[in-house]
Design a binder for this molecule. Structure first.
Ligand SMILES: [Zn+2]
Length: 133
């Protein structure tokens, strides 16, 4: 079984903090959809049990568009989106790798996701939020 480590992260101002259980080499996706392309979000998609928000629940504001499946969550103070509920994985979370502490030291296995053509590719990510058996 892959060794997992809880790593902390958060928004710019520090109001919103979270922890994610991650392997040493982290699978991540860059996405070209209308939202991710603008903000440069680097996705690390996690099962529900591998994510916990540790502070700032009251500081989160949200935004939805299109199918309103994804819930984009932003810090109301600094505007940074450090994690959200992705359309591909509404049963899990997507953490922004750039918002993890010491992001420069992470070993990211970064692949491109064609979110611009979501209907064709969205299902490719669905397995990433499944709980380990
Ligand atoms: Zn903030």
């Amino acid at each position: 079984m892959t060794k997992m480590t809880w790593r902390a992260g958060g928004c710019h101002c520090g109001a919103v903090r979270f922890e994610a259980s991650l392997p040493d080499r982290i699978d991540a996706q860059s996405c070209n959809c209308s939202m991710c392309a603008k903000v440069g979000f680097v996705h690390v998609i996690l099962a529900q049990s591998r994510f916990r928000q540790t502070s700032g629940a009251e500081s989160l504001t949200h935004y939805t568009f299109g199918t309103h499946t994804a819930e984009h969550l932003f810090c109301a103070v600094c505007g940074v989106k450090s994690f959200y509920r992705p359309r591909s994985n509404p049963d899990g979370w997507s953490v922004n790798a750039r918002c993890l502490d010491d992001a420069d030291s992470l070993d990211l296995n970064l692949t491109a996701f064609d979110g611009l053509n979501w209907e064709r590719h969205g299902h490719d990510l669905a397995h990433l939020s499944k709980e380990a058996p």
